[in-house]
Write a protein that binds this ligand. Sequence first.
Ligand SMILES: [Zn+2]
Length: 133
Amino acid sequence: MAYNAIFHPEKDRKITVKRPSLQKIRNELRKLLFKRINNKILQLLALKQERRELYYTRNISEEKYFEIIKPIQTKIQQLMKSLDESIVLCHTCGDLEGNRIYRNKDKTWYCLRCYEILERSDRKEFEALTRLD
Ligand SMILES: [Zn+2]
């Protein structure tokens, strides 16, 4: 069986911006979004640390501590997940610039370089496995 019969790289969605002025706007917007989300995560981590210190200094119960910490931790995880799955940065290398490809197999976005590496790697692995049959 051929690689393309199992995986469908031809269906992966590529978004290419060719005009340099638009590339610049795209990159600036990505940096802005990344900075906003990153700052929010840092604020929440500081808040979590503050609450942790309260737990140690004010002798609050463990149940109360987790009640306070859990929504903060959940929000941090949601923000990190949304950033990780977004087109803002490459899922593998974290690059903020350049064109992107949505890889159906992973349900996330990659820069072209990382996408090519992943595709080559998967193809080699597939070919090695089929040789074993
Ligand atoms: Zn990358």
